[in-house]
Design a protein. Structure first.
Length: 229
């Protein structure tokens, strides 16, 4: 079962956990199903002790935004060209190499790869240096760190890798394979959000604020098929 926020949970709810300091190469994945659009909704937000954030949200116009904080310059903002439909499970993945502000992220939305100029728009061009989060920075699911962008819907299968996943690996995620099956040696965070909210990668249970409530889960395969000899 997934976790529901907003009208499917409790007003101002979210899940609190931590994420180690950003590596140069990072990939993320999340399944979500919103019941309304028209307001900004943060699917996840990594915020450091200085209040700087890197986050993914459903924008006011129902597009998917990825926001990256840069130090001593302009923050980066990229937006997909495809709008979100309600009452439907969507899969969104991002990969980014943050060693240079000239680099652009790559988005994978519902199985479609999107790059700048081909399904992805650079709304803000970043300048300065990518702002690394403090070690074990806060990672908030379903809301911003300041509770200003509550998701109105369900979230499941949240994952972060220290590495750049391939097109084929993102395709497997959209096909419904659990993140734990995709390059597990690089998996930093994995929260299936199935009832008990356990993080099987690191152990323990992240904190629940509100709290969000249990909702139907998206279809996921937790074991890959093996060929019989």
């Amino acid at each position: 079962m997934a976790y529901g926020f907003g009208s499917l949970g409790t007003s101002g709810d979210r899940i609190n956990t931590t994420l180690q300091v950003d590596s140069t190469n990072r990939s993320t994945w999340i399944w979500f199903n919103v019941v309304s659009t028209g307001a900004s909704m943060a699917l996840w937000d990594q915020s450091n002790n200085s209040g700087r954030s890197n986050f993914v949200r459903v924008s006011v116009g129902a597009f998917i935004d990825w926001f990256a904080a840069f130090d001593g310059g302009t923050n980066g903002l990229w937006r997909t060209d495809t709008t979100v439909t309600t009452d439907t499970w969507h899969g969104i993945g991002w990969s980014y190499v943050n060693s240079s502000n000239a680099n652009d992220p790559i988005a994978y939305y519902d199985g479609v790869k999107k790059t700048v100029g081909a399904g992805l728009t650079e709304v803000n061009t970043p300048t300065g240096n990518f702002f690394p989060a403090d070690s074990f920075a806060g990672l908030y699911i379903g809301n911003r760190a300041d509770f200003t962008q509550t998701v109105d819907g369900s979230i499941a299968e949240v994952a972060v890798w220290d590495g750049i996943l391939t097109d084929a690996e993102f395709a497997e995620l959209y096909a419904g394979y659990a993140p734990a099956l995709i390059r597990p040696e690089s998996l930093t965070v994995y929260m299936p959000l199935v009832r008990d909210n356990i993080d099987p990668k690191r152990g323990g249970s992240p904190g629940l604020v509100g709290p969000p409530l249990v909702q139907p889960h998206c279809r996921i395969c937790y074991r890959k098929k093996t060929k019989r000899s």
